[in-house]
Design a protein around this ligand. Structure first.
Ligand SMILES: Cc1cc2nc3c(=O)[nH]c(=O)nc-3n(C[C@H](O)[C@H](O)[C@H](O)COP(=O)(O)OP(=O)(O)OC[C@H]3O[C@@H](n4cnc5c(N)ncnc54)[C@H](O)[C@@H]3O)c2cc1C
Length: 817
C-alpha cells in the first residue's frame, strides 16, 4: 500500500515514481527483492509519465532498443491480468510513412533489420494506408510500412499497474518525499537522505526522469540530460475515428497521430526544439503542463495537419505542452553508474520512456540481481558518457537538435551540428589546412576524411556512395602502398601505476602483462561470463607504470572498470593522461623509411620488433613510439607530449612527400581495419560476446598464475563443443553496394545473423563487414564453407563470401616485417 512512513532500511531504494522507477521496482520485486522502497517527490507518474502519448512502437535503431520495446509491449498487454489495473493497452498496429525515396530507403533498411529481430512488418502502398487510416492524406507518399503488432497504452495507468504489481510483491512506495542526497561511503552508495530522514540500502537506483542531471550532481555522477517542450494537440471528436485505428508516424512532417477517445491526438517532433527549465524545474512541479509557444509551433502545426486535413475543419480541444528529457546523443542513460558501487541509473528516455519502460526496468533489475547485465545495452549505457558531456551549456545547446532527431533522416555518418568543438587536438588548425572534414567522438573533433583541392570538407549524405568515397579510396591505397598519417590524439590514455599495478592489471587483462619493460600487449577486459568489456593495449613503461590505451568513447567505462577492480589496500593508482599526449599514427610499408629519416632511432625488425615501445627523438622533441597496427600494415603510433607535437608533425609532413605520405581520416582507419577483419569494441564485440565467439582467444594467457576475470567461463566454453555463434568476415560479390551495419545475413536463404560493422574494402574491391553467425549445432569450419551466403539491404539481396580468417591478409609479410 502507498504509505508516507519512510522505512529506515531497504534492500534497494528506487528514486522516482515514473514509469521507469515503477518498472524497476516491479521487476526487482519479481526477482524476489521484496524489500524495496520507491521514493517519489510528489506522486506516482506526476513527472513526465502521466501526459505521454503512449505509443508503443517497436521499430528502433538497435537490437537492444528493439528488445526493450518488444518486452514492454508484451508486459503491458499482460499486466492487467496480473495486477487488476488496466494499462489501456490496445494492439492497434502502427504505420510509418515515407514521403521521399531517401526515407523509403532508410525505412526499408530498418525494416529488414527489424525482421531479423522478430518485429513483424510489411511494406504497403499509399492505397493500403488509406484503407487502414481513411482520414490520412496519402497522395504525397512514396511508400509506407505496417507494423501489425504495435500498440498503445495509457501511460499513467501503466505506471499505476507497475506500482500496484510492485506493491503486491512487497515494495513500499513512499510519495511526497524528496530525495535530497545519495549517501556514499567508501565509493559505495549506501542509501539516500530525504527531508523525512535517511534510508539505508544495499543498492540505490536513480530513476528521476528530467531531474536526472540535478540528482546526478548530488553524487558525482554525470547524467547529462535536459528537459524540452514537447507538444501534442487533441482535436474535437471526429466521426469515424475509433480506437482500432493504427498509430500513424510521419517523419517527413515530423508528426505522429493516434486516436484518443474518438478524437485525434497529433504529436510533434519539430526539428528545432526549445529547452525548458534550464534554470531549474519548479520545486512544486506535479502533473503540470508548460505554457505552450504556439507561435513557434505554428508552421509545424500547419505542416502536420496536412497529413490529416480534416483537422483544419475540426476544433482543437487541447493544445498540450509537457516537458520530457533529452540526452546529447538521443540515447537513454542506463546501467551501473561509473565510479560509485551499488548505484544504478535509468533516465533520459528521449520521448521513448513508455515504450522502453517495461524492458528498461527488467534490464536494471536483472543487472542488480545477477551482478551482470542481461544483454548488451552499450548504446544506452551511462558509461559511454564523458565528463565533458555534462557541461550545462553543451547539454542545453544539443537539446535544440536532439529532440527532433528521432524523425530526421538517419544518414550513415551523420554528424551532430550543435555542441561541437568541445575538444580539439593541438593539430586541429593544421589538419583543417590540410582539408580535414571533422567528425565528433567523445567530444573530440577528429578528421574523418580529407578533402582534395577545390573540394569542400563537408558531408553530402547519402545511403549509397557518399561524396568522400574517392577520398577514402585514395587514403586507403596510400596506407596499403606507401604511408598514411592518422591523427588519433583522442585516444584515451590511462597510466596505471604503483607497486601493485602489475597484479591489478593481470587480474583483469586476458594477456599476461607481467612482461618486460617496453613490451606491448593487445588484450581485453572480460566479465565473469567471458564477455568482452574492453579492448585495449597495455604497455609496460617502467616496472611500476603501465600505459593503457583505448578508444576515446570507452574512456569512462575502461577507467571505471580498472578502478572497480583495484582491491582495497593495494598500491595502485590510475591517472587519465589523455590530454597530455597527442598521438600520430604512421602506417604503411614506407613508415619505416619515413620515421628513420626524422628520428635517430632504429626502426628495423630486429631493433624495434612488433608489439614493443621505445622512447625516440625527433629533432628537439621526444615521443614514445609503439610498434602496432590497426590497419594491417607496418606501422608505429607516436605518443608525443602535447607541447612537443607541432614539431614532430611538421617534420613528418616536411619529409613525408618523399615517401608518399598522405593524411588519412577515421573513415580510412575503419575501411582498413574491416578489410583486415580487426574487431572494434561495441560493434564487433561487447559484454555479451565471449572472447572465443569474437575470435580473439589468441590474446588469452590461459595458464598465467592467478588467471584473470572471465577465464573460468572461457575454459568452460572451450570444453562445451563447437561455438554456437562466431564472428566472421563477409565480402559482397557486387562491388557497388555500400554496407553500413545491421544488414541481415542469410545462409542458404535462412537468417543466421546480421552485420555488426562494415566499410568499403578498397583493396578487395567491395564492401566488407563483420557479422555473428548463429547455429545451434555449432558454427564449425565446415558449416561456414558449405553454405551459400547472401546479405539483405533494404529490398535488395547480394551474394557474399564469408570467412573466419581475414580475406585481406598479407599479415606476416607486411605487418610484422
Ligand atoms: C508530450 C509527450 C509525449 C510523449 N509520448 C510518448 C510516447 O508516445 N511513447 C513513449 O514511449 N514515450 C513518450 N513520452 C516520453 C515519456 O513520457 C517519458 O520518456 C517517460 O515518462 C519518462 O519516464 P521517467 O520515469 O523516466 O520520468 P518521470 O515520469 O518524470 O518520472 C521521474 C520521477 O522522479 C521523481 N523525482 C525526481 N527527482 C526526485 C527526487 N530527488 N526525489 C524523489 N523523486 C524524484 C519525479 O517527481 C518523477 O515523478 C512522451 C513525453 C511527452 C512529454
Amino acid at each position: 500500500m502507498t504509505t508516507t512512513a519512510l522505512p529506515k532500511h531497504a534492500r534497494a531504494v528506487v528514486v522516482g515514481g515514473g514509469v521507469i522507477g515503477c518498472s524497476t521496482a516491479y521487476h526487482l520485486a519479481k526477482l524476489g527483492w521484496g524489500d524495496v522502497t520507491l521514493i517519489e517527490r510528489k506522486q506516482v507518474s506526476s513527472g513526465t509519465t502521466w501526459h505521454a502519448a503512449g505509443l508503443v512502437t517497436t521499430l528502433r535503431d538497435t537490437e537492444s532498443q528493439t528488445w526493450l520495446a518488444q518486452y514492454s509491449l508484451k508486459l503491458y498487454e499482460e499486466l492487467e491480468k496480473e495486477t487488476g489495473q488496466a494499462t489501456g493497452f490496445i494492439k492497434c498496429g502502427s504505420i510509418q510513412l515515407a514521403i521521399d525515396e531517401h526515407k523509403a530507403e532508410e525505412m526499408r533498411r530498418g525494416c529488414a533489420m527489424a525482421r531479423t529481430f522478430g518485429v513483424e512488418n510489411k511494406e504497403i502502398t499509399p492505397g493500403q494506408v488509406k484503407e487502414l487510416f481513411p482520414l490520412a492524406y496519402v497522395d504525397d507518399l512514396v511508400t509506407a510500412f505496417h507494423f501489425p503488432d504495435d500498440g498503445r497504452v495509457n501511460p499513467a495507468d501503466v505506471a499505476q499497474a507497475l506500482a500496484k504489481g510492485a506493491r503486491q510483491n512487497g515494495v513500499t512506495i513512499v510519495e511526497n518525499t524528496k530525495v535530497d542526497d545519495v549517501l556514499i561511503e567508501n565509493g559505495k552508495a549506501v542509501g539516500v537522505r530525504t527531508e523525512k530522514g535517511d534510508v539505508k540500502s544495499e543498492v540505490v537506483v536513480l530513476c528521476p526522469g528530467m531531474w536526472g542531471r540535478e540528482v546526478g550532481l548530488m553524487c558525482g555522477v554525470d547524467i547529462p540530460l535536459q528537459a524540452a517542450e514537447h507538444y501534442y494537440l487533441i482535436s474535437e471528436p471526429i466521426e469515424g475515428v475509433h480506437n482500432r485505428l493504427p498509430i500513424l508516424r510521419d517523419p517527413g512532417r515530423c508528426v505522429y497521430a493516434r486516436e484518443e477517445a474518438g478524437k485525434i491526438l497529433l504529436g510533434f517532433f519539430e526539428p528545432l526544439a526549445a529547452p525548458w527549465g534550464v534554470e531549474g524545474i519548479p520545486e512544486n512541479f506535479c502533473f503540470d503542463e508548460i505554457q505552450p509557444d504556439w507561435e513557434r509551433m505554428e508552421p509545424h502545426l500547419e505542416r502536420g495537419m496536412q497529413r490529416l486535413p480534416i483537422l483544419f475543419d475540426t476544433g482543437i480541444r487541447q493544445f498540450f505542452c509537457g516537458p520530457e528529457s533529452f540526452t546529447p546523443d538521443h540515447n537513454y542513460l542506463m546501467g551501473r553508474a561509473p565510479f560509485v558501487d551499488s548505484l544504478f541509473v535509468a533516465c533520459g528516455f528521449n520521448s521513448l520512456g513508455i515504450l522502453s519502460g517495461g524492458g528498461a526496468g527488467y534490464v536494471i533489475a536483472r543487472w542488480i540481481n545477477d551482478g551482470i547485465q542481461p544483454m548488451d545495452i552499450w548504446d544506452v549505457d551511462i558509461r559511454r558518457i564523458q565528463p565533458c558531456h555534462n557541461n550545462k551549456s553543451f547539454v542545453v545547446d544539443r537539446t535544440y537538435e536532439s529532440l527532433g532527431i528521432a524523425y530526421q533522416m538517419h544518414w550513415p555518418n551523420r554528424q551532430w551540428e550543435t555542441g561541437r568543438n568541445i575538444k580539439k587536438s593541438i593539430l586541429h588548425d593544421r589538419l583543417t589546412a590540410q582539408g580535414a572534414c571533422f567528425g565528433e567522438s567523445a567530444g573530440w573533433e577528429r578528421p574523418n576524411w580529407y578533402a582534395k583541392t577545390g573540394q569542400k570538407p563537408e558531408y553530402d549524405y547519402d545511403f549509397h556512395r557518399q561524396n568522400w568515397f574517392d577520398n577514402n579510396a585514395d587514403e586507403h591505397r596510400a596506407v596499403r602502398e606507401a604511408v598514411g598519417l592518422f591523427e588519433q590524439s583522442s585516444f584515451a590514455k590511462i597510466l596505471v601505476q604503483g607497486r601493485d599495478a602489475e597484479r591489478v592489471l593481470n587480474r583483469i587483462c586476458t594477456a599476461d602483462i607481467a612482461m618486460p619493460i617496453g613490451k606491448v600487449a593487445y588484450t581485453q577486459f572480460l566479465n565473469i561470463k567471458g564477455g568482452v568489456e574492453a579492448d585495449l593495449t597495455v604497455t609496460r613503461m617502467t616496472n611500476e607504470c603501465y600505459l593503457v590505451v583505448t578508444a576515446a568513447f570507452t574512456a569512462t567505462h575502461v577507467r571505471a572498470w580498472i578502478v572497480e577492480n583495484i582491491p582495497q589496500d593495494v598500491a595502485c593508482v590510475i591517472t587519465d593522461v589523455s590530454g597530455a599526449y597527442a598521438m600520430l599514427s604512421v602506417q604503411g610499408p614506407n613508415s619505416r623509411a619515413l620515421l628513420s629519416q626524422i628520428s635517430s632511432a632504429t626502426f628495423s625488425t630486429e631493433s624495434f620488433p612488433f608489439g614493443t615501445m621505445q622512447q625516440i627523438e625527433v629533432g628537439y622533441q621526444s615521443a614514445f613510439a609503439i610498434r602496432i597496427a590497426y590497419t594491417g600494415e607496418l606501422g608505429w603510433e607516436l605518443y608525443i607530449p602535447t607541447e612537443m607535437t607541432l614539431g614532430v608533425y611538421d617534420r613528418l609532413v616536411e619529409v613525408g612527400g618523399e615517401h608518399g605520405l598522405k593524411h588519412c581520416g577515421y573513415h580510412t582507419l575503419n575501411s582498413l581495419r574491416i578489410e583486415k577483419a580487426y574487431r572494434e569494441w561495441s560493434h564487433d564485440m561487447g559484454p555479451t560476446d565471449t572472447l572465443l565467439e569474437c575470435g580473439l582467444g589468441f590474446t588469452c594467457a590461459w595458464d598465467k598464475p592467478g588467471g584473470f576475470i572471465g577465464l573460468d567461463a572461457l575454459r568452460e566454453q572451450r570444453l562445451s563443443g563447437p561455438l554456437k555463434r562466431r564472428l566472421v568476415q563477409i565480402l559482397v560479390d557486387d562491388p557497388e553496394p555500400i554496407l553500413i551495419h545491421n544488414e541481415p545475413v542469410l545462409r542458404d536463404g535462412e537468417r543466421v545473423g546480421f552485420t555488426t560493422s562494415a566499410g568499403y574494402a578498397h583493396t578487395l574491391g567491395a564492401s566488407a563487414a563483420m557479422a555473428y553467425i548463429k547455429h545451434e549445432e555449432g558454427v564449425t569450419d565446415e558449416y561456414i564453407v558449405t553454405g551459400n551466403y547472401t546479405l539483405e539491404q533494404a529490398d535488395r539481396t547480394y551474394n557474399a563470401r564469408i570467412s573466419l580468417t581475414p580475406m585481406y591478409d598479407p599479415t606476416s609479410a607486411r605487418t610484422r616485417s
